[in-house]
Design a protein around this ligand. Structure first.
Ligand code: ANZ
Ligand code: ZN
Length: 817
């Protein structure tokens, strides 16, 4: 028979799919099929597709193709997240426009996606850098602005000196720019923000809808939101009319406060400072300005600070607390000031020991005196030296002190969040212009909806180089406009939006990508949303995945979507690494997806990606063998081809070889469950076993013409089509079906063929039979041992871990207690 020729199959079937367009979603309301919406995180067009893309899109494609086979009306769209810095840097280097590089790369990736056989509905393709798309970023910005959810404020922001732009907190990783790794500095700027903090509680609460998300991501989001409960306590400041409020999670320790600290960079520090000490404070502040929040909070950092020459008054005992300015208190957190309790807070203790401030124990924990050991005791205990709180436990003392503070009007229970508002402005060119006009008389005036989009001016090359202000500022005739309200001379806002705005709602646009009356057709989103399965990297845990959830909630409040969470299930794929390390130019261990495909064919590369392990695990390309995958595919191809030429479609399988039929139906049954639970690697192993069984039946069993062989080959074609669509299409066509295997129909296992013999295993404890287990004849020793030790009957005879377990699979387990 013919040889398996992957490249020939690719040429043939890619052209067929182009013609047949088999992956179109049907948006008609009259289509009664149940719908499924599958989404891959859309790519950034940084060049051609890389190995990471090869993995994530292969994973998602299995799910999509499974749903096609099951008869769903599937939405599986693709687009590009095409605004961003790299395009701009490339344009500066080549003296070109960022659009040239961007759209050329998009075409390259689109071509590669088609070859890679991903089941996209190409008619819904979108690019966020198209004015037809970013127009709606601006429209949404206007809605947020109207609702008070977009606002401008001055303050210290994270600044990347290399990219010459601000960064959101989420984009600062261990004090460095997430994109280029440069140390981030702090800068005072007036910037646009989205008020995500207003949604902090709902972002937490709605996590109970996210049972289909990895626990790890939920934990990261929970920590990022950082909700804590405690109290706001008001301290009078000597010589100042207004009290200063502090936030504390330990109001029970109020009697142990021995000093008071304000954030060095907060305006309050300057205001409270004794004029004589002002030069010292000013010098200190310039030092602090160089540090990021993370550095400032680091527990091992040497404590620094300046005494301001003032005193705060403890509201419960009237004690005078010296007021200091220090960097370990952050201006953007709580109220930017704290009561310091050195006995029970390590940072306060480090500070107290350095500056010789008193340490007062107020919670007796049974541990040694922190003033002597230098180790604070933050744990549970009994209150001492605390007047009315003495003898109470920590929890009791917290409620009691809050009552006392409330009675005196000196404080109240309070909740605090670590989450900050989303800093939106970027001083870069290749993004969505913020649709605001600054008028000297009317202030911030949104560009009226009917004048959107505000398109980017035509700048290229050097004009785009980072200058610390947005390149848009240099386009004079773009910047100078008439105020939409009063008609007077006014200026456009020259910042562009963080590109995470683009990706916060793209999944809604896919439901009606050409819609012109709004960002999306509400009716279509009602039909398709929310997304049944989202697939993408965990690097977006607190960025994209938090912002999208926030946008969805705002849109829900606007009455535009009827759900509050966008992604019902989330799958985070692992990384593709090589020789145990991430691929990089400097390590010289990069593997090129295109080259792998040229050498082994698309099917073999996809199979290798999916067979390497569970989708969540990293794949070390040094440990896998696309050549072996190709060999398997050649075997599967021959089984299908030989069955095809030996029998005609429609033969009655019931008359076929029973042994092979059992294998086929067991495989269908297991693969169905394995695909649904995303155990794709195990599903592939089962398909390999089925191929071997069919081969054996052809060579040394009933022969290729047996109806059971055809049945096996047809099931193989459909199941393989999820992973290796080219060889599956060819097999399916040869077996006499068509025009495509995409909707060939998922095979159904016959329950009568699933009964599997079992054997009885005897479990003995200390030589006496205590239980009997029905197990599969080919159970592994380890699995059998686990089963035996889990038996309730056995466990009543065990006291702790057994001393020894002897396993003779499948018939005997002997436990020595
Ligand atoms: C007194 C105290 C005593 C505190 C004690 C802790 C232990 P979370 O849980 O993260 O919300 N804090 C408050 N505002 C701060 C700021 N702007 N910068 C740095 N630290 C600040 O932490 C709340 C605790 O962090 C607060 O409770 C406060 O210290 C500190 F035995 O107040 B605590
Ligand atoms: Zn005006």
């Amino acid at each position: 028979d013919e040889q398996y020729d992957p490249q020939a199959l690719q040429t043939k079937w890619q052209a067929r799919w182009e013609e047949l367009d088999p992956f179109r979603a049907n948006e008609d309301a009259g289509d009664a099929r149940p719908r499924k919406y599958l989404l891959d995180m859309f790519p950034y067009p940084s060049g051609d597709l890389h190995m990471g893309h090869g993995e994530v899109f292969a994973i998602a494609d299995v799910v999509a193709r499974y749903w096609f086979q099951r008869g769903y009306n599937v939405l599986h769209p693709i687009g590009w997240d095409s605004f961003g810095l790299p395009a701009e840097n490339a344009a500066i280097k080549r003296n070109a426009h960022p659009a040239e590089w961007t759209y050329a790369n998009i075409e390259t990736q689109a071509t590669s996606f088609k070859r890679y056989a991903i089941s996209f509905d190409w008619s819904r393709r979108l690019h966020t850098s198209d004015p037809e798309y970013y127009r709606w970023n601006q429209w949404l910005f206007n809605r947020f602005f109207e609702r008070g959810l977009a606002y401008r404020k001055g303050g210290l922001v994270n600044w990347c000196p290399k990219d010459q732009t601000v960064l959101a907190n989420e984009q600062v990783v261990a004090g460095r720019c997430e994109r280029c790794g440069t140390d981030v500095v702090r800068r005072e700027l007036t910037q646009w923000y989205f008020k995500i903090t207003e949604y902090a509680d709902r972002l937490l609460q709605d996590m109970d809808q996210l049972g289909g998300w990895p626990e790890r991501i939920l934990t990261m989001q929970r920590n990022w939101i950082g909700r804590s409960e405690g109290a706001d306590v008001r301290f009078e400041i000597e010589g100042r009319g207004e009290p200063v409020t502090v936030y504390t999670t330990r109001p029970d320790t109020l009697y142990g406060a021995t000093f008071f600290v304000v954030a060095a960079d907060a305006p309050l520090a300057e205001e409270l400072c004794d004029p004589e000490r002002l030069p010292e404070l000013t010098a200190y502040r310039s030092q602090v300005a160089k540090l990021t929040d993370i550095e400032r909070l680091a527990t091992d950092k040497e404590k620094t600070g300046v005494f301001l020459g003032r005193y705060a008054v403890n509201p419960v005992n009237g004690e005078r607390l010296p007021v200091w300015a220090a960097d370990y208190v952050l201006s953007g957190y709580g109220h930017g000031a704290i009561m310091a309790v050195p006995a029970h807070d390590q940072r306060d203790l480090d500070f107290a020991l350095k500056f010789e401030l008193p340490v007062q124990v107020v919670v007796h924990t049974g541990l040694a005196d922190p003033g002597e050991t230098g180790v604070a005791t933050p744990g549970e205990g009994t209150l001492v030296n605390s007047g009315p709180l003495d003898g109470l436990s920590k929890i009791e003392a917290i409620s009691r002190i809050i009552e006392i503070l409330e009675e005196r009007g000196a404080g109240k229970a309070a909740v605090n969040y670590r989450l900050r508002d989303w800093l939106l402005s970027r001083q870069r060119f290749w993004g969505t212009p913020i649709p605001i006009i600054h008028c000297p008389d009317c202030g911030e005036v949104p560009v009226p909806d009917e004048q959107l989009p505000v398109t980017l001016p035509d700048l290229r090359g050097e004009a785009l180089a980072p200058k610390g202000v947005s390149p848009l500022a240099s386009a004079a005739d773009w910047v100078n406009v008439d105020c939409p309200k009063c008609g007077g001379r006014a200026l456009r806002d020259t910042d562009t939006m963080d590109t995470f705005v683009d990706s916060s709602w793209y999944y809604l646009r896919y439901c009606s990508p050409q819609y012109e009356e709004g960002p999306f057709d509400v009716e279509q989103v009602r039909r398709w949303g929310p997304i049944d399965q989202y697939v993408g990297g965990s690097e977006h845990a607190v960025l994209h995945l938090m912002y999208s959830r926030f946008f969805t909630k705002v849109l829900h409040d606007m009455g535009m979507v009827d759900f509050t969470e966008p992604f019902v299930r989330l799958l985070n794929q692992g990384e593709v690494i090589n020789q145990g390390k991430g691929m990089s130019k400097s390590l010289g261990n990069g593997v090129d997806l295109g080259e792998q495909i040229d050498s082994f064919g698309v099917d073999a590369v996809r199979l290798t990606m999916l067979f390497a392990g569970p989708p969540e695990d990293d794949i070390d390309w040094a440990n896998v063998s696309p050549a072996a995958s190709q060999k398997f595919l050649a075997r599967a191809f021959r089984v299908m081809a030989e069955a095809a030429s030996a029998s005609a479609p429609g033969t009655d399988a019931a008359t076929g070889d029973l042994e092979l039929r059992k294998v086929t139906h067991r495989t269908i049954d297991e693969v169905t469950r394995l695909v649904e639970s995303h155990h794709f690697n195990v599903a592939i192993a089962r398909l390999m076993e089925l191929t071997t069984a069919a081969r054996r039946a052809i060579d040394s069993g009933p022969g290729a013409a047996d109806p059971a062989v055809r049945e096996a080959a047809e099931a193989l074609a459909v199941m393989l089509s999820l992973v290796t669509p080219y060889v599956a299409e060819e097999g399916w066509e040869r077996l006499g079906h068509g025009p495509t295997v995409v909707r060939g129909g998922w095979p159904v296992a016959d329950p009568a063929l699933l009964v599997r013999e079992s054997v009885t295993c005897v479990v003995q404890v200390a030589g006496k039979v205590r239980d009997r287990l029905e197990v599969s004849p080919d159970i592994s020793g380890a699995a059998l041992e686990e089963l035996a030790l889990a038996s309730e009957k056995v466990r009543t005879y065990l006291d702790g871990a057994p001393r020894k377990v002897v396993v003779r699979a499948p018939k005997l387990v002997n436990i020595v207690p």
